[in-house]
Write a protein that binds this ligand. Structure first.
Ligand code: BG6
Length: 485
């Protein structure tokens, strides 16, 4: 559907996120006819570029990340682009930006801040001072919002001094992933699972976001951040929320976020000794991915030689509420693991009593796997009888819903959906201030436990599934990490 006319102003326009994700996502929306005829995309960065140079940079990025391009869309899209050189903490460039909006009062204005979070406040202040903030303006904040609770609060206060909460869109791109939204459909558009979706029916939950990539060229950011801040505080906790939340009354703006917040508030703190017992930190050493040698973390650019930043974390979380008491949620994420795979595994309880003798083989519990990427599917492990005239032998088999096979269409990138939700003014898939702060409060407890212990992350070889302690952590509970059936 076509939405009201809008302009996108992207701060950090020459950065990685803008070139790899934002411009390609807007391009795809343009290809689908969702951008208004007069919709402009104004890039802002410190770099002295004129419009033509920015268009050339964008064209290059699109060739790499939105191919195959279609010439008519490319011409139309590039013509929308412009660039302003501005100083987020100074005065340069702001008049020029304001002049682009002379006489443009009624369009929706989206200010997308793809910059360091310390600049969110200063940019908002300057937007206000330049008279750029109208009632139809929205601001999008990229993660991370700060690096702990105090800095998150400060940023939220600074942004909140200029924009109303309803105008603020805190993005977590995992919420824009198709399969993540499918989790809502799976849970709440099917009556089948919900009666079992609690500690009575579910033994435990695993959430994995594994990457084979290292830290790319983001050493400066990553070394101050680490896996807990980069992935767990936001993406993994958001997935946990969608798995664990109560049914919202509707998909109306606040209903879903209210339920997610309750989950975050029910997380048992992982502070002190609990934090150390129920988590494992790792840092990769040189190794190989797909047979290609890769350097260790400490040898990456931008990383301190004695860095104690974790590139892997696994932990055991619990929720203190009626539905989930006693059900562990095992979370795991890391860089330089053997493959890129993100999935949620729901392991149901075993049958209460087996009528099959030992010769039939084990009765394995049902397991629901929601695979987010790379190949999106929902798979349910069932026990079946192995065909044949002999004695009854059991075998695990899968009911398999592959999205590529069932729907045969391109899966849009998460950003495509979210960028359009901003324009439509729909915040359901964005994080509210209280969610972000609640997630930081919990993460900070674990960070504190690590810091106080003085221990270093455990080394693991690039191309393996993290330190062996991460495997021991779940096996101690008599369980194992899910591997492909
Ligand atoms: C980002 C993190 O938020 O998510 C990156 O900063 C990480 O470190 C990325 O690589 C993973 O996203 P995706 O969509 O590739 O799973």
């Amino acid at each position: 559907e076509r939405v009201a006319s809008f302009d996108y102003v992207v701060f950090g326009a020459t950065g990685d996120l803008s070139l790899r994700k934002l411009l390609p996502a807007l391009y795809e929306r343009d290809r689908d006819g969702q951008l208004p005829d007069d919709g402009r995309i104004i890039g802002v960065s410190r770099i002295g570029l004129d419009g033509a140079a920015f268009r050339a940079l964008a064209a290059d990025a699109l060739t790499q990340h939105a191919a195959p391009l279609d010439p008519a869309t490319t011409d139309r899209f590039l013509a929308r682009l412009d660039h302003i050189t501005a100083d987020a903490q100074g005065t340069e460039g702001w008049d020029a930006l304001a002049s682009r909006f002379d006489g443009v009062a009624d369009k929706v204005r989206v200010f997308y801040l793809a910059t360091h979070p310390d600049l969110f406040g200063p940019i908002c202040q300057r937007l206000a001072r330049a008279g750029l903030v109208t009632a139809r303006s929205r601001v999008v904040l990229e993660k991370p919002i700060g690096r702990d609770l105090a800095s998150a609060r400060r940023i939220n206060d600074e942004v909140g001094a200029v924009f109303q909460e309803g105008q603020i869109f805190r993005i977590d791109h995992y919420l824009g992933k198709e399969t993540v939204q499918n989790l809502l459909a799976l849970r709440f558009a099917n009556a089948l699972f919900e009666p079992l979706w609690n500690s009575g029916g579910i033994d435990h939950v695993q959430i994995t976001a594994a990457e084979s990539l290292g830290i790319e060229r983001r050493g400066g950011y990553y070394d101050r951040s680490g896996a807990l801040r980069d992935m767990v505080q936001n993406h993994l906790l958001q997935l946990l929320c969608l798995v664990a939340m109560e049914a919202p009354a509707s998909l109306e703006r606040e209903a879903v976020r209210d339920e997610k917040l309750k989950v975050l508030r029910a997380l048992a703190p992982l502070t002190g000794a609990d934090g150390l017992t129920h988590s494992v930190r790792g840092q990769y050493r040189a190794g190989a991915i797909d047979g290609e040698p890769v350097p260790g973390y400490l040898d990456e650019d931008g990383v301190a030689a004695d860095s104690a930043t974790e590139t892997f974390v696994s932990l055991r979380a619990e929720l203190r509420n009626w539905r989930w008491a006693g059900v562990p949620f095992y979370l795991r994420t890391g860089k330089r693991l053997p493959q890129r795979v993100s999935e949620i595994v729901i392991q149901f309880r075993p049958v209460p009593h087996s009528i099959f003798g030992a010769s039939a083989g084990p009765v394995m519990p049902n397991r629901l796997v929601v695979r987010l990427q790379p190949d999106e599917h929902i798979r349910l492990r069932l026990m079946t009888k192995e065909p044949g005239p002999g004695g009854l032998r059991l075998r695990a088999a899968a009911l398999n819903l592959s999205f590529a096979e069932t729907f045969k269409r391109r899966v849009p990138d998460a950003y495509e959906r979210l960028l359009m939700d901003v324009v439509r003014g729909n915040p359901t898939l964005f994080m509210r201030r209280d969610e972000v702060e609640s997630a930081w409060e919990w993460a900070e407890g674990l960070l504190g436990a690590w810091r106080d212990s003085g221990e270093r992350p455990k080394p693991y070889t690039a191309g393996t599934w993290g330190p062996s302690a991460a495997i021991a952590m779940i096996e101690r509970d008599g369980r194992t990490w899910h591997e492909e059936d």
